[in-house]
Design a protein around this ligand. Sequence first.
Ligand code: 5RP
Length: 260
Amino acid sequence: MTRELSPIDKAKFAAAKKAVDFVESGMRVGLGTGSTAAWMVRCLGEKVRAGGFHITGVPTSTATAKLANEVGIEVVTLNEAKWLDLTIDGADEFDGELNLIKGGGGALLQEKIVATASDQMIVIADIAKEVAHLGAFPLPVEVIQFGWQTSKTLLEELLINLDVLGREAVLRMNGDTPFVTDEGNYILDLHLKRINNPRQLALTLNQIPGVVENGLFIDICDVVVIGAGDGAVETRDINAGTVENHRVDVPESDNLFSDI
Ligand code: 5RP
């Protein structure tokens, strides 16, 4: 069934479409997770199906692996690819230094491993994701199921001495049962309101026993591609210090990949 795209959908599409320009045939590409990344996977699939363009994709979740297969992208594991040219992924928040909060979709662990194993990470986002200070979006922390309540208590005690405004940790639910990640772990969402020292927080959180990884991506993202609903796209490269503006055609409905 065809669905009309909202302005946010169009903004996400615009960012995804522009970011695909960074991908060259032959590249090994990390494929992010979430609604913005899904547009990117569909746009990449369209280029592959058109012919003369081949990539190897490493998905960051079972959902992305399924979508990549459906749209015709060759999928391998990170162990098979070993290292990637590029990863393109969404984000829940990004700041002026391109530090990120990720994990709203629960895939932060694979996302961080894959992005870190890439020469370059490009974040695709709508403008609502840009913040002066990270932390309004609850920070996801992946914990193992064993003793998760103890990990939660330890996390809340740790936060008392850290430079944040909120300190509540909430177990993520999926209906009546805890949300379980692709690795079989739980997620605690930390309601911090404002994170004044994301670098310190990212390092400190991972010292708690039971914590597998947190959703702060520090010094990992190189480029952010920010889309707007009218097709305007801004590309910021933190290493080159450049800002470029472009425009892409945005569709009115999601019925744009009619060959699959
Ligand atoms: C998944 C993520 C996503 O990239 C993040 O939640 C953004 O999602 P969306 O593009 O749907 O807004 O980190 O774990």
